[in-house]
Design a binder for this molecule. Structure first.
Ligand code: F6R
Length: 235
């Protein structure tokens, strides 16, 4: 595991965008696994800047996002589809038909099957970008008895609902369920890049990279992945 500690969120975002940019340059039709939340926002900004400068071409890039809240339509401004359009897709020359986010409003079991089929049909993920929840979740794979495999529906924990309530008008509006890519699919990605910032992520990052490998800290499974980079800034 390659652990990079930096001072500022700006540095974190630059390094992450450089790593993703290199994957796109080396494989213009690469499959990027993408995350939402506050951590990757700066990375997406940097990627959009590189695209505007002509340093990156997203025209053949394909993407699969980690997760989506159940019950939110793509038009809902709290949905992860909306977030991705707003933070990245609307600012780069990507073909939106090549971008995938789990469906939050269809039949959940059908959506899960459909999503795993999409990932398989793309030939797997070249680089998976991750954030980390305060409880160690990756995607919306919450602490559990076992590591999950494919896309599935999850009940969000109180800690996640609390953490994500800052994006909603009130905590009551945070959906209690989500659909998430499984740990198995994340581990199948050729390369994993995890970005985390803020002092409140310090302990969980330490537990994930150095602690016991346990489904109670879902990110700890990454210790078994052959190509993981973690970038952490205390800012
Ligand atoms: C979102 C996702 C989550 C977040 C995590 C951290 O797509 O997969 O695992 O990465 O909840 O969120 P932030 O970055 O807001 O602290």
């Amino acid at each position: 595991m390659n652990f990079i500690k930096v001072k500022t969120y700006e540095e974190l975002s630059k390094i992450a965008a450089d790593i993703i940019g290199e994957v796109i340059v080396n494989k213009p039709d690469c499959v990027l696994g993408l995350a939402t939340g506050s951590s990757p926002v700066g990375t997406y900004k940097k990627l959009a800047e590189k695209c505007a400068k002509g340093e990156l071409d997203f025209s053949k890039v394909r993407t699969v996002n980690l997760d989506e809240y159940l019950g939110l339509s793509p038009e809902n401004d709290q949905s992860y589809r909306y977030f991705m359009n707003d933070n990245l897709f609307d600012h780069v020359n990507i073909d939106k038909a090549n971008t995938h986010v789990p469906g939050g409003t269809g039949d959940p079991d059908e959506e899960c099957k459909k999503y795993d089929a999409i990932i398989e049909s793309m030939g797997g993920i070249d680089l998976q970008l991750l954030g980390i929840g305060r409880n160690g979740h990756i995607g919306f794979n919450e602490p559990a008895e076992t590591f999950s495999e494919g896309t599935h529906v999850v009940e969000l924990t109180e800690s996640t609902i609390e953490a994500n309530s800052c994006f909603f008008a009130s905590k009551d509006e945070v959906p209690t369920k989500a659909i998430t890519m499984g740990i198995g699919s994340i581990m199948n990605a050729k390369k994993v890049l995890l970005v985390a910032n803020g002092p409140y992520k310090k302990d969980i990052i330490e537990a994930a990279v150095k602690g016991e490998i346990t489904p109670m800290v879902p990110a700890s499974i990454l210790q078994k992945h052959p190509d993981v980079t973690v970038i952490y800034s205390e800012e």
